[in-house]
Ligand binder design. Structure first.
Ligand code: WT7
Length: 654
C-alpha cells in the first residue's frame, strides 16, 4: 500500500495488535476525541489512575499565569515511590534494571534491591552531605546502576538533579554547576569504553578549580584507576554507602516542585537549564512508555541512550521504572567489540522493545550489514527511533533486517522540553510510513501552523511544529531565567490571539494528516541526534586567539545526520600564523572546542575565508553559508550584501 505521494504504508502486525494497549485507529481516535472534548477530564482520569498520590490534587490545570502553567495543584507525591516503592507489593523480585558493562560484565537489581540501594544513596546524600529538599545536585556519571540510584535518591529526598553528559568538558561542566548553584557533584572515577578505562573525575577536578558552589563530591569507584582525592571535599561512594541505612522516608513533594534540570542548547551561546517538575513529568513518562512501547509485565526493554540526555531520563530510568518494567543500562558503545553487539544483546536478554537513534542505525548498518543475521532477534516486538528525522533507507533496514518486517517502528518525535513523546505511531494501531513521525499522541495538541497567521497549514504547505495547549510534562521554566523561557518558546507563533508553544522545528502534513518533521528552523543543529547551538560552537571558536570572526552551520552528514561546518576568518593570514597549514589550524581550533564544550562539538569541516557575507547592518547571512556548505545554488539576491563579491569568493573555495 502507498499514499497519494507514493510513500509506502506499512500496516500494524495484526497478531501483535490483538494484545496491544491501543489496538486500532478507532481506539486512537476515541482517546484523541476524548482529550479534545474534555481536556481536563482526560488528564484527570489518567492522573488518578496512574499516580500513587500521597495527597490528592484539587485542580487539574491552572492556566491563569500562562505560559507558567500548573498541573495537579494541591497534590503531593514522591517520584521515587512512584518508580520503586509502589512496585514492591506486586513485583519486588522482578528485575528492575539490568546492567551490561562495556566488557560484557553483567549486574541485575530487582525492585527490592533497587529500593534498598536508592534509600542508601538518599541517606548518604542527606546525612553525609547535608543535601536538603530543593538543593541542586549535579550528576556527572557514565552509564552505571549508581547513576540511576543517584537520580532516584535525589527524587526521594526532594533534591533537584542536573545531569551533565559525561562527554562534556570541564568548562561546560563548570558552567552548568555554576548556573544551577549545585552544592554536590556525584561522579565516578571513570568507566570503560572499548575495553579501555576512561576518566571522569579529573574533569570534575578541573571544573572545580577556584571558587565554586560545590561543597562535596561523591565518587563511585568503577574502574579503579588512580585519581586525586581532595580531603574534606571528595568521598568514596563505595566506602560511605556501606554505613547507610536501607530505609529512608520519601519526602512528600508538591506536584509542581522541580524534579530535575537538564541543560540543552538554544539559539544563544548559553545553554538553558530546562526545568521539569514532579507529577506531570512522571505521569507522561509512564503513559508514553505504556502506549508507545507497549511494554508488558514479562518484557525486557532496552533504550540505548545515555542518561545525560532527556531520552535517558525519561526512557531508561523514570518511564520504565514508573510502569514497573525491566530496563537495560548499557555502559558500552554499539560497535564494540563489533557492530553486532546490540543484536547479540537482543538475543541474550530476549529484548522485546529496542529504542535507539537514526545515527546508530546508520552506523550499525554500514559497519555490520551482515551482523543481524547471526543472531536470534525474534523476541523483538517494537523498534523505536528518536533524535532526528530518520532517512527512509535506514528506516527500511531497521524494519526489514532488525524487525524481520514484523515489528512496528515507532518514530518518536519530542524534545528535552517536552519531557516525553509528542508525535509517534502507536505500535498496534498506526499504519506507518518510513521517515514519518505520524500523528500526535492522544492528549497532545500538536499542530503545524503558519508562523505568520497562526493558522493550521494545508497538506504539503510546510509550517512550524507547535503545541497549542499545555501538556503535563512540558518544560516549566528555564532555570533562573523566566524571561528566556517565555521568549524562547512562546514568542514566535500566535494562534487565535494566544502565543502557543513552538518547538523550533519545521514540519509538513501529508494528505493523511501525518506529520513529517523537516528539521530545525533556528540556529540549532542536530549532530548524531544531539542538539548543538551554532552560537555555542561559535563562542568556543572565538576563544582561539587567532580567530577574528566565525559562522557555524550544519551540513548533511552520511552517518551523523548533520555535521558541523565552520567558516573562520583569521586575524592574520594563515601563512603568517604559526600553523603550517589549514589542517594544523583546524586541529588547534577543534582543540579549543574540546576544551570549551567537549568532543561532541568538534567541527567536521572548517573553511578559512577572507570574510563573511553580511547585510549592511552587519547580520551574518547564514542561509547563504548553509547553501554553500551543502553545495546548493545561491538563489537569493546577494546585491544587498555589504560585500556581494564575498559570496563568489567563498563559493570558489569550497
Ligand atoms: C530535537 C530535540 C527527544 C530526545 C532526543 C533529542 C529533533 C527529535 C525527532 C524525530 C525528527 C526529531 C528535533 C527536536 N528530533 N526526535 N523523531 N524526528 N526530529 O532531544 O536534544 O532536545 O533535541 O531533536 O529537531 O527539536 P533534544
Amino acid at each position: 500500500m502507498s499514499d497519494k505521494h507514493h510513500r509506502q504504508i506499512y500496516q500494524p502486525n495484526r497478531e501483535y495488535a490483538k494484545d496491544a494497549r491501543i489496538k486500532n485507529m478507532c481506539e486512537y481516535q476515541d482517546l484523541t476525541r476524548w482529550a479534545e472534548e474534555d481536556y481536563e477530564g482526560f488528564w484527570d482520569s489518567y492522573a488518578k489512575e496512574k499516580i500513587d498520590w500521597i495527597e490528592p490534587y484539587h485542580t487539574v490545570l491552572d492556566e491563569s499565569n500562562t505560559p507558567f502553567v500548573r498541573w495537579f495543584e494541591g497534590g503531593k507525591l514522591n517520584v521515587a515511590e512512584q518508580c520503586v516503592d509502589r512496585h514492591l507489593d506486586v513485583r519486588k523480585n522482578k528485575a528492575a534494571i539490568i546492567f551490561e558493562g562495556d566488557r560484557g560484565d553483567k549486574q541485575m537489581v530487582t525492585y527490592l534491591e533497587l529500593y534498598y540501594n536508592v534509600n542508601k544513596m538518599a541517606n548518604l546524600l542527606k546525612n553525609e552531605f547535608g543535601v536538603k529538599k530543593g538543593d541542586r545536585v549535579v550528576i556527572y556519571m557514565p552509564m552505571l546502576l549508581e547513576s540511576a540510584y543517584a537520580m532516584l535518591a535525589c527524587a526521594r529526598i526532594g533534591a533537584i538533579h542536573s545531569i551533565v553528559f559525561g562527554g562534556f568538558s570541564a568548562e561546560a561542566l563548570r558552567d552548568r554547576i555554576e548556573d544551577a548553584e549545585a552544592k554536590v557533584v556525584i561522579t565516578a572515577d571513570g568507566a570503560y569504553r572499548k575495553n579501555k578505562p576512561y576518566m571522569l573525575k579529573p574533569v570534575v577536578d578541573k571544573a572545580l578549580e577556584g571558587k565554586t558552589p560545590v561543597e562535596k563530591v561523591c565518587v563511585v569507584e568503577r574502574n579503579g584507576e588512580d585519581i586525586t582525592w581532595v580531603p574534606g571535599r571528595d568521598y568514596s561512594y563505595n566506602e560511605l554507602i556501606k554505613q547507610q541505612s536501607p530505609v529512608c522516608a520519601a519526602e512528600p513533594m508538591d506536584a509542581e516542585d522541580p524534579l530535575f534540570l537538564l541543560y540543552t542548547s538554544g539559539s544563544t551561546g548559553q545553554p538553558k537549564g530546562v526545568q521539569h517538575n514532579q507529577a506531570g513529568y512522571i505521569l507522561w513518562a509512564q503513559m508514553t512508555m505504556e502506549w508507545v512501547f507497549d511494554v508488558k509485565e514479562n518484557d525486557t526493554y532496552w533504550c540505548t541512550a545515555d542518561i545525560g540526555w532527556i531520552t535517558g531520563h525519561t526512557y531508561i530510568v523514570y518511564g520504565p521504572l514508573a510502569m514497573g518494567a525491566t530496563t537495560i543500562m548499557f555502559e558500552g558503545v554499539p560497535t564494540y567489540p563489533d557492530a553486532g553487539r546490540p543484536w547479540k544483546m537482543v538475543e541474550e536478554y530476549k529484548i522485546n522493545q529496542f529504542y535507539t537513534a537514526p545515527t546508530a542505525i546508520r552506523v550499525l548498518h554500514k559497519m555490520g550489514e551482515n551482523e543481524p543475521a547471526k543472531y536470534d532477534l525474534s523476541s523483538l516486538k517494537v523498534l523505536g527511533t528518536v533524535g532526528e528525522p530518520i532517512d527512509p533507507p535506514a528506516w527500511k533496514w531497521y524494519y526489514e533486517e532488525i524487525g524481520n518486517s514484523k515489528c512496528a517502528i515507532v518514530d518518536t518525535y519530542w524534545q528535552t522540553e517536552t519531557g516525553g513523546h509528542m508525535i509517534s505511531p502507536l505500535p498496534g494501531a498506526t499504519p506507518i510510513k518510513p521517515g514519518c513521525a505520524t500523528l500526535p499522541l492522544p492528549g497532545i495538541m500538536g499542530e503545524v501552523l503558519n508562523p505568520e497567521t497562526g493558522e493550521k497549514v494545508e497538506a504539503y504547505e510546510g509550517g512550524y511544529m507547535c503545541v497549542t495547549r499545555p501538556w503535563p510534562s512540558m518544560i516549566r521554566g528555564v532555570w533562573g531565567d523566566p524571561e528566556r523561557f517565555q521568549k524562547s518558546y512562546f514568542g514566535d507563533v500566535v494562534k487565535d490571539g494566544k502565543p502557543v508553544y513552538f518547538t523550533g522545528d519545521g514540519a509538513i502534513y501529508d494528505d493523511d494528516g501525518y506529520i513529517t518533521i523537516t528539521g530545525r528552523t533556528d540556529d540549532v543543529i542536530n549532530v548524531s541526534g544531539h542538539r548543538m547551538g551554532t552560537a555555542e560552537v561559535e563562542a568556543a571558536i572565538l576563544k582561539h586567539d587567532d580567530v577574528a570572526e566565525v559562522a557555524v552551520v550544519g551540513k548533511p552528514h552520511e552517518l551523523k545526520g548533520e555535521g558541523i561546518f565552520a567558516y573562520v576568518v583569521l586575524k592574520t593570514a594563515l601563512d603568517d600564523a604559526i600553523y603550517s597549514d589549514n589542517i594544523d589550524m583546524m586541529k588547534a581550533i577543534n582543540g579549543v572546542i574540546k576544551k570549551e564544550i567537549g568532543n561532541i562539538a568538534v567541527c567536521d569541516q572548517m573553511l578559512f575565508v577572507p570574510g563573511l557575507p553580511k547585510t549592511r547592518s552587519g547580520k551574518i547571512m547564514r542561509r547563504i553559508l548553509r547553501a554553500i556548505a551543502k553545495g546548493e545554488l545561491i538563489t537569493q539576491d546577494t546585491s544587498t550584501l555589504e560585500d556581494p563579491s564575498i559570496v563568489t569568493t567563498i563559493e570558489a573555495m569550497v
